[in-house]
Design a protein around this ligand. Structure first.
Ligand SMILES: CC(C)(COP(=O)(O)OP(=O)(O)OC[C@H]1O[C@@H](n2cnc3c(N)ncnc32)[C@H](O)[C@@H]1OP(=O)(O)O)[C@@H](O)C(=O)NCCC(=O)NCCS
Length: 159
């Protein structure tokens, strides 16, 4: 799986997706400190990915926290992080299977990318993309040549 590059300077400073999700009863916001353990455990449980739980933990260690969550009826339905794998990287992210297709994944992605843009980044890297078409369509991401296995190449364990 390759990495993708996103031009943050081409993404409009438009946070309307927050209101659009709100109309569907979905809240997109940043979590706060006391929610860390709950969110990290939820990511581990729902996506069965220990590395994703570690990366979410890292996002909570950043100041300000570099993670957004999606809630419906006060229950977690999705999450997205950046500066968690490495500086400038977006991910991990996920929306519960039964809650997909309502724009929540894109809203979480845009929240992270706009937050990165406001922080001063010019580009974001989507690490080891799964659904490339999703990123291409949502934010015009392009594949980075020869970027496999990317930053994960010397990891202590295999993903
Ligand atoms: C990828 C993911 C976060 C998308 O969440 P979602 O809430 O279903 O996405 P959205 O509803 O915001 O979709 C936005 C657009 O992307 C499209 N899209 C969503 N998932 C897609 C996919 N896997 N492949 C191609 N297009 C996709 C939607 O059709 C939608 O298109 P539209 O704007 O024309 O309607 C979700 O499928 C997921 O959690 N997948 C498993 C975890 C994962 O792969 N994470 C990424 C690791 S890099």
């Amino acid at each position: 799986m390759t990495d993708m590059l996103v031009k943050l300077y081409d993404i409009k400073n438009d946070w309307n997706f927050i209101g659009n999700q709100e109309k569907l009863g979905i809240t997109i916001r940043k979590p706060i400190g006391p929610e860390k353990r709950y969110v990290v455990d939820w990511v581990r449980r729902k996506f069965m990915m220990e590395p994703w739980a570690s990366e979410t933990d890292m996002a909570f260690s950043n100041r300000p926290i570099s993670c957004f969550i999606a809630l419906q009826k006060k229950k977690l339905i999705g999450f997205a992080c950046y500066d968690a794998t490495a500086l400038g990287f977006f991910g991990p992210t996920g929306v519960l299977r039964q809650r997909r297709g309502k724009g929540t994944g894109k809203a979480l992605l845009l929240a992270c990318l706009l937050d990165m843009k406001l922080k001063g980044y010019g580009y974001a890297i989507i690490g080891s993309i799964g659904p490339g078409e999703f990123y291409r369509k949502a934010v015009g991401a392009v594949e980075i040549p020869d970027s496999t296995p990317s930053i994960w190449k010397d990891m202590l364990f295999r993903l």
